[in-house]
Design a protein around this ligand. Sequence first.
Ligand SMILES: NC(=O)c1ccc[n+]([C@@H]2O[C@H](COP(=O)([O-])OP(=O)(O)OC[C@H]3O[C@@H](n4cnc5c(N)ncnc54)[C@H](OP(=O)(O)O)[C@@H]3O)[C@@H](O)[C@H]2O)c1
Length: 327
Amino acid sequence: MKAAFYTRQGPAAEVLVIGEQPVPQPAAGEVRVRLRTSGVNPSDWKARKGGFGRAMATPLVIPHSDGAGVIDAVGGGVPVSRVGERVWIWNGQWNRACGTAAQYIALPSAQAVRMPDGLGDAEAACLGIPLFTAVEAVRRSEVEAGMTVLVAGGAGAVGHYAIQVAKARGATVITTVSGDAKAAHARAAGADHVFNYRSQDVGAEVQRITGGRGVDAVIEMDLPTNVALYAKALRPGGTVVTYGVSAQEATLPVFWLMRNRVTLRFIYVYELDDAERAADLQEIERLLCSGRLVHTVALRLPLDQVARAHDAVEQGRVVGNVVLDID
Ligand SMILES: NC(=O)c1ccc[n+]([C@@H]2O[C@H](COP(=O)([O-])OP(=O)(O)OC[C@H]3O[C@@H](n4cnc5c(N)ncnc54)[C@H](OP(=O)(O)O)[C@@H]3O)[C@@H](O)[C@H]2O)c1
């Protein structure tokens, strides 16, 4: 089969290769998916570059966790009726050598989720990491109707979904961006208040909007950078759910956090337990079936241009998701 892969870490153009790899056979409990799309996320370029000191887990890696396609074979114990099902994929390349940047992937049946009618293959390649992370972050923030939430980076792939998930739960959403185009994108997701974190005093704006109380929860894409904001923006007893960090370590205002009884939670979408995974999948299905989710496929390229796709994500040149089409 045709696949994109690398055998050493480094810059995209130097290490990513297009070539032939064996077609995988589904083992017991697995399905094989004929892929149509493959989604590119920040974790894909970070793994390819060895970010945060990560070595290659296997000698050859076919990257990408996210994707969509059609089940064309099943292993023992999986109902044959699944053949022909359109599915989206989560954890495609997590703890495994072979991800979705290929014509086929074989993986546990539960990691290939039936797609609702009407969802496109490109949009379905945005669910595994961006939407799943947003749903987990909002759920772990215990967002309910009437609450006010601050979503950091509301034009990001995860942030844009997080705004929508929090709005679907009935919250008021404040978000931060770095410019006008990103502000418009965050508003299109339903954000009630959008501030430029580079040019505005976000803490003062949050105080103004919440009548001096602060938000109930922060959904955070870069804790080390943004933690200084919480003393002004978060209410006593509030919660911060972090899914992103730009550095291995952070300096925290621990006395302030303690005195204000702040709950800090960290999430890692690849490592959810079965109950968390099931709760998120239920909420994802409800959101998809509502037909109201806005997906943002910002750049669509053929598999052959995988290096260009990685560079676009790594350099933050796109607003939304980057998706590869697979012949
Ligand atoms: N823990 C997990 O399971 C998990 C899952 C998914 C993603 N992640 C991580 O989460 C991060 C975001 O992922 P993503 O896919 O959403 O990336 P993305 O699409 O590149 O979005 C990141 C957004 O944040 C904005 N931003 C950067 N610095 C900011 C700051 N200090 N305050 C507010 N906004 C800021 C960026 O725009 P500007 O630079 O223009 O502001 C951009 O719009 C990445 O580090 C990724 O690796 C972790």
